[in-house]
Design a protein around this ligand. Structure first.
Ligand SMILES: C[S@@+](CC[C@H](N)C(=O)[O-])C[C@H]1O[C@@H](n2cnc3c(N)ncnc32)[C@H](O)[C@@H]1O
Length: 425
């Protein structure tokens, strides 16, 4: 437990300084003393994710116990980790406290042992009152920044609370079965034979009852299955692909949707672009595991002069860079790393990409615009403004009852996503 607390604290301190959680966890793992077991890795990850999920609540509780930040910032992060473990896990209280005291000493602050011990013991004694007080404010109750809560409240006046609560939940592990290798039913049986229960979602998806490491998934290395949220699996379906079409996936890396397009299509010519070279390498590795091929390029999709050969595409997918406000339950760091001014800046980038790509679509073709956001500026407002600017674009309806005007709101089985289909007339 002590090593878990120490490593989770190192990762968390980085995120509190503006670093992305995945990168911070990778760095922290490198500082482990000896090899971590799977259980230790999972517990460390859970602690870092957990603090970010409940950050305002945890800070609100700690603020009542010691009103000023500790002069040694890692101690603040350590106390947040221990508070998460005391409030939201089944870890034995005495172990959490005694290990946090030792970790404080190890982090270069032996004189802080008494302080850490005192704060955590007071927390245990006064827990109910402290929590009650914190939960009186929306920030403390939902653990999101104030500006974010306000935006969700204004844009979803009837369900803002349930949306914010949904963002606090753990996301399920959802699989996408590669229909070129096996049917969904066949793969579900293979899982069941391996002792894993799963329920179908969408047309190619299975939600696992319990998450597992991908190494445990039958046929993962052979490309029989991938991990992908159920909402993300709509992209390939909404493209309504026909054999031999020329398809552009403009912001494609790390390649989840490109792979799905290739798994579903027949004889397609797929161009998969991304401006991030490292992510394009990941995409190439994914496509090779799945034994499918695309024309992958590192390129700026908003500058077609640099990469387009002038032959129009039948289908374009723009899975645009966005705030990620629909996937906070998977990436709880997002809500703390985003700033309010990021939203109009992202919307501008999305507009630029849409306008640059539209001329590349042939008449009668369709462009799918997608984000993993729930904010209207990136979604409905973006789509409406696009239709205003382009009279040759006609919106096509999405019949699935899960969608409300293109928006999928996060629920137990789905990330928050938005899709718009534009047909060129
Ligand atoms: C939402 S992610 C794409 C996820 C991907 N479609 C998938 O399903 O795995 C957005 C991607 O857009 C890329 N991107 C951002 N601006 C771009 C641009 N101007 N041209 C190409 N790619 C861009 C980012 O590097 C990022 O990989």
């Amino acid at each position: 437990m002590q090593e878990i607390q120490r490593l989770a604290t190192l990762a968390l301190a980085q995120v509190l300084n503006g670093r992305n959680l995945d990168h911070a966890l990778t760095d922290a793992r490198k500082q482990a003393k000896g090899r971590l077991t799977d259980h230790q890795r999972a517990s460390m990850q859970d602690a870092a994710y957990g603090v970010l999920r409940y950050r305002s609540e945890i800070e609100g509780v700690l603020l009542q116990l010691y009103p000023k930040r500790h002069p040694l910032p890692p101690l603040d992060a350590l106390l947040m980790v221990a508070t998460y473990q005391l409030l939201h896990t089944r870890s034995a209280h005495h172990a959490v406290v005694s290990h946090a005291v030792e970790t404080a000493a190890e982090m270069g602050s032996p004189s802080s042992k008494g302080f850490v011990n005192g704060v955590l013991r007071n927390l245990l004694r006064q827990k109910d009152g402290l929590l009650q007080q914190v939960h009186e404010t929306p920030e403390g109750r939902f653990s999101h920044p104030g500006w974010w809560i306000e935006k969700v409240r204004l844009q979803y006046p009837e369900r803002w609370e349930s949306l914010l609560e949904a963002a606090q939940q753990h996301a399920p592990m959802t699989l996408r079965v590669n229909r070129r290798h096996n049917s969904r039913d066949q793969y579900q049986q293979r899982l069941s034979q391996a002792g894993m229960a799963a329920i179908p979602v969408g047309s190619d998806g299975l939600v696992l009852e319990q998450p597992v490491s991908v190494a445990q998934l039958p046929g993962f290395d052979q490309g029989d299955v991938s991990v992908q949220d159920a909402s993300a699996q709509f992209a390939a379906e909404l493209l309504a692909l026909h054999p031999k079409q020329r398809v552009l996936d403009a912001c494609a890396a790390p390649g989840g949707k490109t792979a799905h397009i290739l798994e579903r299509g027949n004889g397609l010519e797929v161009w998969a672009l991304d401006q991030d070279a490292g992510r394009v390498r990941k995409m190439e590795a994914t496509l090779s595991r799945l034994k499918v091929q695309a024309h992958c390029q590192v390129a700026d999709a908003s500058q077609p002069d640099g990469w387009w050969d002038g032959v129009p595409f039948d289908r374009i997918l723009l899975d645009a860079p966005c705030s990620g406000s629909g996937v906070v339950r998977r990436h709880p760091d997002i809500k703390w790393l985003r700033r309010p001014e990021d939203i109009p800046a992202l919307a501008e980038t999305q507009t630029r990409l849409l306008d640059a790509l539209w001329p590349l679509l042939r008449r009668g073709g369709r462009l799918i615009y997608a984000t993993c956001s729930i904010f209207a500026e990136e979604n409905r407002m973006q789509a409406d403004a696009f239709l205003e600017r382009h009279p040759d674009a006609k919106p096509l309806p999405i019949e699935d009852p899960l969608f409300e005007e293109g928006q999928i709101l996060p629920d137990a089985m789905h990330d928050g996503f938005f899709y718009a289909i534009f047909r060129k007339v």
